[in-house]
Structure formats: C-alpha cells, structure tokens
Design a protein around this ligand. Structure first.
Ligand code: HEM
Length: 140
C-alpha cells in the first residue's frame, strides 16, 4: 500500500477533507476551547464571539495545508508569530493550544498517521509563536 506523502502538493489539504473538512476541524477546536475549562485561559484571549476567529483560522489552515489561500483572499497577508506577539504565550499556553487541536483532531475521522503528522507540523509555528511572545515580553 502506498502511504500518502503528506506535505507534497495538496496531499495534506486533501487528507484534512479540503476546505469543508478543515472548517469542521476548526469548529471542533473552538467548540472544545469554549467548553473545556482546561483551555479557559487562551479562550479568554479571544473575542467573545468566536465566529470571526473560526473563519480566520479555517481560512489560514486551508493555505497552510497546500490548498487555496483563502485567508489572504479575505483578510490580506499574515505572519503567524506577528499576529500573536501581543499575547503572553509561554510553554503552557502553547501546549494548551496544541492540546486543544489534538482533541479536535481526535473528533475527526482522520487516520492516526495523519494526526501525528499534522501535530508535528503545527508544533513548529506554535513554538515560533512562543518564542516571539517571549522576546516581546523581555523588550521594555
Ligand atoms: C501557540 C499557541 C497559540 C495560542 C495561545 C493562540 C491564540 C490565539 C488567539 C488568542 C487569537 C485571537 C487574537 C486576537 O483576536 O487578538 C489567535 C488568532 C489566530 N491564530 Fe492563534 N494561537 C496559537 C497558535 C497558533 C498557530 C500555531 C496558528 C497557525 C498554525 C494560529 C493561527 C491563528 C490565526 C490565523 C489567527 C487569526 C489572526 C488574525 O487574523 O489576525 N495560532 N490565536
């Protein structure tokens, strides 16, 4: 059996179920964040109405996974570390975000190897976010 080469062309986007599958993943992500007390701290950093946050993250992930750049079409260019630099993300909040994403993935019918691949890939920008927030917190 040929394993899909996630990361090549749009294999990741396709495995995630395209724009519809990503929207479902992001909805699960924010539904979990909004209801699980474990994520209360990062939930509170978001606007009360999560509709736009859902739209922004889903559109961003579309392009990030090799699909159409839906984020730029609607909101313009973005730097992920820059978009978070006003937040106090430490290892704890980084791991909350990743933990919430892992729970959201577990609620999808994704194969285990795909979930592991995606988690490893998402850990890279999540760590960049933490680093930039740390530098910012030390700059007077
Ligand atoms: C490291 C842990 C992370 C935390 C705690 C976090 C938290 C947040 C918060 C609180 C917002 C809303 C900001 C606001 O409205 O002022 C936000 C926005 C956003 N986040 Fe994250 N995030 C994290 C990592 C990531 C990662 C790894 C990605 C993408 C791979 C991502 C993608 C986005 C996007 C696209 C937005 C919308 C930003 C905009 O359009 O300005 N986040 N995040």
């Amino acid at each position: 059996m040929n394993l899909p080469l996630y990361g090549t062309n749009d294999a990741t986007f396709a495995a995630a179920g395209g724009a519809t599958g990503i929207r479902r993943l992001v909805d699960a992500f924010y539904d979990i964040m909004a209801t699980d007390a474990e994520y209360e701290k990062i939930l509170k950093w978001h606007p009360t109405d999560l509709e736009e946050s859902r739209d922004r993250l889903a559109r961003f992930l579309c392009g990030w996974m090799g699909g159409p750049n839906e984020y730029e079409e609607k909101y313009g260019t973005i730097s992920i570390p820059g978009a978070h630099s006003h937040l106090a993300v430490t290892e704890r909040e980084r791991d909350m975000w990743l933990g919430c994403m892992r729970q959201a993935m577990d609620a999808q019918s994704y194969p285990e190897d795909f979930k592991e691949y995606l988690m490893k890939q998402l850990a890279i920008p999540a760590e960049r976010v933490r680093q930039v927030c740390e530098i910012n917190s030390k700059t007077p």
